[in-house]
Design a protein around this ligand. Structure first.
Ligand code: GLC
Length: 547
């Protein structure tokens, strides 16, 4: 790391553990805390600074844990609070920090507050903690407004007593009313509960959605799509409203009560980099995911624009950038990049890739993208399995799909299961070491028959494997003062080639063009995403140079 006195989160490499799919410790076919604990040595050998763990709280699992029934309990499927405490302690012993997910926009419909609100009936103070309204039209039979659920269909569900409640996601995920003091006090108390158990921070789910327009107006008309035009912030009745920052100013004060640089990362989708930067002011959150990088096409001009805009806007407020290529909500990047045309992703729309996937191409690009991401100033996120080059499983049978998106979209969007298939650790056939030997329960999603080649064991110690590329990159990143926090300077290159210098004595070159590119003068090659031909970088390759 470049500046040893800077807080850890300014340039941390954070590994995302999707707990259901990481490692199954108890043999029920579902990943759990025991599984994570058993794999801490693996994470240590990978060289990450922290893990972000998707929701592990008590939940009926309508959205795999993003529907939380009790924020102070661990779901029995995953373990217990005592095991969570052990995990935190053991991870710390390995030098790995732990960041759970927190889900403040909504609870489960099984949460005690929602159950109480249902029982208390229309007009009761208990209902004010959520967003209950009467409907429009004859007998209030129409929803209160035209908002839509992110998973498809209306964002309102009607109760037998005639009232409607708001859910921006599934009906099992009623939205909380963040204008209510109980909601604010409760979440500050939940943060303290987990901070005092040693967690190092939180990933904040749907951080941009908490505050709704007080009058709940209909959605504004959608502007004409202008994919290449300047991006504009639109005043939206439930996304990214200015008042949301008051919530995070209060959360920041809570984090600062605890020793040891506790930090937040926001899942915030903002129209412009300026709007994103507003989340990470000095009295607000620490970092935010930079989805523009993930959504960019595999195109030098596009990527460079995203990098420049992100660094400028975040730099202006003194915040570090973060970089992310994949997560549990999006198609894995070897499968995105393996398309002949890699389209720019549009927020809030399902990503529909065109044409068949060429995984050799996608993997070549994924290797180059990893070196690009890990050389950029700031922090980076690695989604479990990306270090194994896992592709999206695009052919899961419809009968096994579990993501609520599949049902709610009327079977038009297959949802996110394809990036959530359990990790292959070893062996020639399923469950590939995901569950303990002798387990009869099948993994909760089927693993492809040809995944042996992607297992950790198949990569471990194999020169040129994806895992060894990530390990080497992370090792260098730790050792080189040029990497991590700081700035960059672009070098002159032909169209399609990205090259930047970081001080001292480091250059990263990525060839996104169709032509080979002769590397600029250098003292040595530190790492390359593929074989170099006498100082020439082939298309879709990247290299780190010492100068
Ligand atoms: C976030 C999560 C996603 C979840 C949704 C609702 O976008 O990343 O997985 O379904 O919020 O909580």
């Amino acid at each position: 790391m470049s500046t040893s006195t800077a807080p850890w989160w300014r340039d941390a490499v954070i590994y995302q553990v999707y707990v259901r799919s990481f490692a199954d410790g108890n043999g029920d076919g579902v990943g759990d805390i025991a599984g994570i604990r058993s794999r801490l040595p693996y994470l240590k050998s990978l060289g990450v600074d922290a893990i972000w763990i998707n929701p592990w709280y008590e939940s009926p699992m309508a959205d795999h844990g993003y529907d939380v029934a009790d924020f102070r309990q661990i779901d029995p499927l995953f373990g217990t609070v005592a095991e969570a405490e052990q995990l935190i302690e053991e991870a710390h012993r390995h030098g790995i920090r732990v960041i759970p997910d927190i889900v403040p926009n909504h609870t489960s419909d099984r949460h005690a507050w929602f159950q109480t609100a249902l029982a208390a009936g229309p007009g009761s103070p208990e209902r004010e903690r959520y967003v209950f309204r009467t409907g429009r039209g004859t007998d209030g039979a129409e929803p209160p407004n035209d908002w839509v659920s992110c998973f498809g269909g209306p964002a309102w569900t009607r109760l037998p007593d005639g009232e409607w409640y708001l859910h921006l996601f599934a009906p099992e995920q009623p939205d909380l009313n963040w204008r209510h003091p109980d909601v604010r006090a409760e979440f500050e108390s939940i943060l303290r509960f987990w901070f005092s158990r040693g967690v190092d921070g939180f990933r904040i789910d749907v951080a941009h959605g908490l505050i709704k327009h007080p009058e709940l107006p209909d959605l504004p008309p959608r502007p004409e799509a202008a994919p290449d035009g300047p991006r504009q912030h639109l005043d939206h009745p439930h996304w990214d409203r200015d008042e949301v920052h008051d919530v995070y100013r209060a959360w920041r004060r809570v984090a600062d009560e605890f020793p040891g640089d506790r930090s937040f990362v926001a899942e915030a989708w903002a129209d412009t980099p300026e709007r994103l930067a507003a989340y990470v002011r000095r009295d607000g959150l620490h970092t935010a995911f930079n989805f523009d990088f993930l959504m960019s096409s595999w195109d030098a001009k596009d990527l460079r624009a995203v990098i420049d805009d992100s660094l400028a806007m975040l730099g202006a407020v003194g915040a570090p950038a973060t970089w992310v290529l994949s997560n549990h909500d999006v198609m894995r990047h070897p499968s995105r990049y393996g398309r002949r045309v890699v389209r720019r992703w549009v927020a809030n729309e399902p990503y529909r890739p065109e044409g068949a996937v060429d995984l050799a191409l996608g993997t070549r690009r994924a290797r180059a993208a990893a070196l690009l991401m890990l050389a950029l100033p700031g922090g980076a996120y690695i989604y479990q399995g990306e270090e194994l080059g896992l592709p999206e499983v695009e052919d899961l049978p419809e009968s096994v799909l579990q993501d609520p998106v599949w049902e709610r979209s009327g079977h038009t969007d297959r949802g996110r299961d394809g990036c959530r298939v359990p990790i292959p650790w070893s062996g020639r056939s399923a469950p590939y070491g995901f569950s303990p030997d002798g387990t009869t329960a099948e993994p909760w999603l089927p693993q492809p028959a040809d995944w042996a080649e992607h297992s950790v064991a198949a990569h471990d110690g194999v020169e040129g494997s994806m895992l060894e590329l990530y390990r080497a990159a992370l090792r260098l990143r730790r050792g080189l003062p040029a990497l991590g926090d700081g700035g960059l300077a672009w070098l002159d290159t032909p169209a399609g080639v990205l090259a930047f210098r970081r001080e001292p004595e480091f250059v990263c070159v990525v060839n996104l063009s169709a032509e080979p590119y002769r590397l600029p003068g250098h003292a040595s090659v530190l790492l390359a995403s593929g074989p170099l031909d006498d100082g020439v970088l082939a298309p879709d390759r990247a290299a780190w140079l010492a100068t």
